[in-house]
Design a protein around this ligand. Sequence first.
Ligand code: AMP
Ligand code: MN
Length: 252
Amino acid sequence: MTSPKYRGFSRLVSCLQSGLLTQHRKKGEQIKKGMASGQMSRDEALECTHCRHACHVLLYSETASHLFGRIPIRYIVLMQMRFDGLLGFPGGFVNPSEETLEEGLTRELLEELGVAVPVSKEDHVESCFSPPRSGTYSSSSHLILHFYVKKIEEEQIREIEKAAASTAADHGLEVLGMVRVPLYTTKSGGGLSCFLSHSFIGVARSQLMNSLLRLHLVSPGDLQEALRGSQRTHAESAQNLQAALKLTGEQP
Ligand code: AMP
Ligand code: MN
């Protein structure tokens, strides 16, 4: 599913990440072309037998509901608050020697959502090496992330949210709760921009932004606007945290 159109959309997000990549790059080190983003095909990924594999999915649906009776919600996009306090997508480690990637992902979804949402090869979007906290994107990271996107009905989303908070084995443990991504912007600038200013696991923020663009859930202009707002929110948060630290008696 890595069509030229998709690559075009992901260029915007890649630009945002490129600063990060340059930072990670050791002086004089040559990064192979395909490796610069850590991207590979699903089949190439499976050739790495010594790698660990993790699969995650963005589930979404259309909705006709309105916030405050006037702001169209348009789409419900599901994410989760993880055990580590970071936002991420449902899914987890898969063992390709025992199950297909998609079977493993469905197994993980049963544990985390309480519903065995079937995911197929057709829902696969991209596979890439997990960017280590420092250093280059390379096969040395040994963890390959597989990302999927699946459109479902609004009714199924409601079912998942109910099950995730009741029957799901991981509720209150690995998963603290499901969250919906606000795609709109309120008069006061809240919504997508505030959501994007939170902390995300690994490349989850990029996976979210790439998907919003690729699926035309948000326009590139609106996303740029939201990201500018996120940066302002982020700066304010940094100041708040600094003030909070002073309250605890810590000297500057
Ligand atoms: P999980 O069991 O869901 O935590 O995922 C398995 C592994 O993938 C863990 O090492 C996570 O830190 C990592 N991981 C999960 N989601 C992402 C993501 N969106 N980007 C990068 N790494 C991730
Ligand atoms: Mn997980």
